[in-house]
Ligand binder design. Sequence first.
Ligand SMILES: [Fe+2]
Length: 350
Amino acid sequence: MAIPPGAIIPGTLPDFSIYVAAPQGRYILWALEGNNVSPEQLARLSESETKEVFVNLDEHFKYEQYLEANLGNILENPSTPDDQKADIFSRVSTNVVKDAFETSFGLGTMGDAAVRRTRQLIEYSLNFIKESKSINALAKMIGHDYQTYEHATKVLWFTVAFLQQAPGVLDQVVPDYQVLDETGKTEMLRQCGVGALLHDIGKAFIPQEILTKNGPLDEVEWEIMKRHPLSGLAMLIDTDMPMFVKKAVLHHHEDFQGGGYPMKLEGTHINPLARVLRIVDVFDAMTSRRPYKEPTPPMKAVRIMIGAQEDHAASGDQEQDDRDLGMRKCFDRDLLQKFIVFLGSIRLEG
Ligand SMILES: [Fe+2]
């Protein structure tokens, strides 16, 4: 399988072999013992503009483990192009979330190992996510197919980047944010990232046929779906995550003007991080491709979220129009405005 050369950090590779492509569909062994790869060898590879090298498919587990363990080094390597870093980050993050879902389903709670891996992922990737240029790599993921694990990664990325850029939002989200020292502030941003990545962890208990249903849910399915914020809280309750993160998971489907679930809270009774997640979650869901719908272009998604009339009149589908019109009740308008300003700083298409 193809891997980006940016994944290779000399001195850190375990014992999988790396190959380069040769004419006539052949592969030539490039490094047998990964730790013997020298920076000069890597420089020659990048001079030849090689975009991918290869790992044996039966060694892909070793490769995934290597990526996760060395993510910090890889993302901090200045010679690795951002799009390669973004791909590697998404790949590791998707794996971590997938494993968290799968192992938690068996345990009924989020296990220590999954909590540790999630924290480490965010610790390793926080600086990369915070960098403004990484946001452009994120923009390229908009419009992809909607998949629960990739969605979680994008919600993490958008949320941290937004909190980092939007003035005053972290003060609302984290109690006493201003009195914390730099280490404390970074830790709080990391905790927000954990909440963003795990906001849907309660979906681990929802049957696959409901999660992946190719169309709208019926009444019973919808009732089952609406349990996921509470299941998510139950899974996190015994971890040492801060209370505001647990509340954010519980409240992330509450609507600012009421009528959301599971508790039908309103306004500032809704946890502030949950109000951010509500916006990011809907934005990413709307701009992703589903089996039954095309992705909504980002700027159109924003207009629908604000409740701009012209887009509702244009659809010609009454049911869709009613749903869209209902959307304006969902969001904290002040936060939504700040999120739109933030989106303006990203190179978006459409
Ligand atoms: Fe959710």
